[in-house]
Every structure is written in C-alpha cells, then in structure tokens.
Design a protein around this ligand. Structure first.
Ligand SMILES: [Zn+2]
Length: 382
C-alpha cells in the first residue's frame, strides 16, 4: 500500500513557542508535505497561511475543529513535538533555520558574519531587485530598500518580481522575495527616492549592523552620486552598478573608507560639482517611453543586466567582508575602482561606443580614476 503519511517539515525552534501559538506555513497536498515556517511572526510571509496550532499535551486533540488542520503537541518527557495533519499522525522532519538555510554556503561565504551585515539598496529595479535576492541568498541578514516606484507590467521582463506584484511598491515586493529566501532577514523599506529620505533613517540602519554597504543601483548618475555622498558622510563602503543603453555594457564603481581613494563624484568629471551634460550620456537607462518600447523587443536584456550585476555583487561580498580575516576576496584587489563590463561589442546594439571593447564579455581591470578638484566627499575622507 502506498505511504499516505504526511511529512511536516518543522523548524527546531518551534518548541520554544508558547502553548496555544498559531502555526503558519505552506501545505502541498499533492506531495503530502507541509512546511511550518513559524508562529505569528511568520504571518507576513507572502502566500503563507494559518496551518494550525501548538497545543498543550494534556488537551484533547482538536479533531472536531475544521479550522485546525495541523496540530502540534509536546510529547511525553522528551518535550519533542508530535504532529497531526487533518487528524492523522505525521512524520516530522526538523530543520534549523539559522544553520540549514545557508549550510551550503558555510565556509565559502562567511555566513555568520554576513548575517549581521546590512545593505542599503538605493533603487529596486532590475539591478537592485537582483542584487537584493542574491545578497539574501549569500547570507546578508539586514536590508534597507529605497525606491519611489511601483512595479509596472513593462518592468516584468527584467525584474525579479512577478505579475502578482504589479501595482505594488517595488520595495515591498522585493522585501517579500527576500523573506521567501530568508524569513529571518530584517528588511526595512522606504518608498521614496534617497534624495527625499531623511539621512537619519540611513544612519540609524547602519548603527545596528556589524558592517553596512551602500549599494547604488538607481536609474541616474545624479541619484548614485547622492548615495555616494551619503556613504562618505557615514564612512560606508560604496558600490554602484549601472547599465548603459540597452545593457550592451555596464559599469561598476566602488570606494571604501579603509583607505583614501577617489569618490564616485571624482570618477565622473563634472559630477563633483553640478552635473554636466557631458557626464550624463555615458549611462542611460530605459526610463523614457521610447526606450521602454525598444526594450520590449530586445531579447536577452535581463540576461545582460544580470551579467553585469553579478560581477558587481562579487565585489559587494568582498566589500562587506573586507575586515574579515577568514574571507578570501573574489575581485577586490583584482578589479580597479571603475570597471566596465561588456555584453556585446556589436555596434548594432551599443552604437559607436561598442567599439571601445575588443570582444564581448570583456571585463576591464585597469581603468584608473583620479581625484576631482576640491571634491567635497573626498575632503570628508581626509
Ligand atoms: Zn571625490
């Protein structure tokens, strides 16, 4: 006879909950698997539902309560939990959220240190949403997401969120996806542009972290420059990831407070003072309607964005771990402060500027950045 026993996958921490606690999670009747995520605190997870409750051992089972599918009871002297699903005893499969979740990263990604670290993500579009989820998978435990936009249909072809999130604030949609990877992650959201945000909010977020990275992935250099200045004021490492038109290439810039180095404003002539017409065309996103239309017919754009972003994120991990002696840097020290990443050197995609690359998938390692004249953020670092 086929085994019809339901397997309940439960966090070992569940036993710490008080009797009577509601249990939340996901049920998959087709595979007879039930995943318990936690008590009341897990209720904000997207798509999660009330499964049942934790009952005292001396109470009769709630067979008669149709609203209670899952019953957990402390058994005998061991105090271990026993489970019933729809009135039938289940097999329990424990997991430890803190260790099992990232067990495959351990030793490789310095998970313990990363869980205490934080990332401020300015811009939760195609680059920012991918960055958020990849860093969550890597074990980063705290996030401050900043973005003024709502998710639109035309974003879907290059964003990590989906149809169910259209019309939602991007910051909330991305926050949900982070919690789907790590329910213990602390995610804070600000539905406005960084320029409008009280810097005290950012400063407060940094205070609670072992280490914090400012990650700029907004759709303009002006916004990234603002993030860079704030990073300098707060002595944070800074990383900007941006795409050139139609993502034929992208750029990655970093600085960190450990040693004097030119800031983002220095790197792009004219940015330290007022933004000049010359500085801006180097990078253009698909923020206007014409560009968006082109984008719809541009195959592989999400793949091109991801290629540049993932290289930037290797640097992000290095920057977050730069004071960790156990960390083996992936790219820090190999790439210069300003890196260009090429997806295609075909002029049909990138226009004339595509000719600066000698081959597709080229990653520059030698572009040097100089100091700007009287740059305010650089003066701050001295
Ligand atoms: Zn500077």
């Amino acid at each position: 006879m086929a085994d019809v026993t339901t397997t309940v996958i439960v966090p070992v921490e569940l036993g710490d909950l008080p009797d009577g606690s509601a249990l939340y999670g996901y049920a998959h009747p087709d595979t007879r698997r039930v995943l318990v995520v936690g008590g009341e605190e897990a209720a904000q997870q997207p798509g999660i539902r009330l499964l049942g409750r934790l009952e005292p051992s001396d109470e009769d089972r709630s067979d008669g309560d149709p609203g209670v599918e899952l019953v957990a009871r402390r058994g005998g002297t061991s105090g271990d939990l026993d489970f019933w699903w729809q009135g039938l005893p289940c097999r329990a499969e424990p997991y430890a959220l803190s260790s099992d979740l990232f067990s495959r990263n351990s030793g490789l990604l310095e998970t313990a240190a990363l869980q205490k670290s934080g990332v401020i993500i300015c811009g939760c579009g195609s680059v920012g949403s991918l960055a958020a989820l990849e860093l969550a998978r890597s074990g980063v435990g705290r996030f401050l997401l900043i973005d003024p936009d709502l998710l639109a249909i035309e974003n879907l072809c290059r964003h990590q969120c989906g149809l169910a999130d259209v019309g939602r604030r991007k910051v909330l949609a991305v926050a949900d996806r982070i919690r789907q990877i790590n329910p213990k992650a602390q995610v804070f959201t600000e539905h406005l542009a960084l320029e409008q945000l009280d810097p005290a909010v950012v400063a407060q977020f940094c205070e609670a972290n072992a280490d914090t990275l400012m990650l700029a992935c907004a759709d303009s250099r002006r916004a990234d420059r603002h993030a860079s200045r704030l990073a300098a004021v707060l002595s944070l490492p800074f990383l900007a990831i941006g795409l050139w038109e139609r993502a034929f290439a992208g750029e990655i810039f970093y600085s960190h407070p450990g040693e004097p180095m030119p800031c983002y404003g220095c790197a792009f002539e004219g940015l330290a003072g007022e933004l000049t017409a010359k500085a801006e065309p180097g990078r253009r996103f698909y923020s206007n309607e014409t560009e968006l239309e082109k984008l719809h017919f541009q195959p592989g754009i999400a793949i091109d964005i991801a290629y540049v972003t993932e290289i930037g994120l290797k640097l992000a991990l290095d920057l977050l771990n730069r004071n960790n002696p156990a960390h083996v840097p992936r790219l820090l020290g190999q790439l210069s402060q300003y890196t260009l990443v090429c997806n295609s050197n075909d002029t049909q995609l990138g226009g004339e500027r595509a000719e600066i690359f000698s081959h597709p998938l080229q990653v520059t390692t030698s572009i040097q950045v100089g100091y700007g004249k009287g740059c305010p953020p650089c003066r701050l670092q001295q």
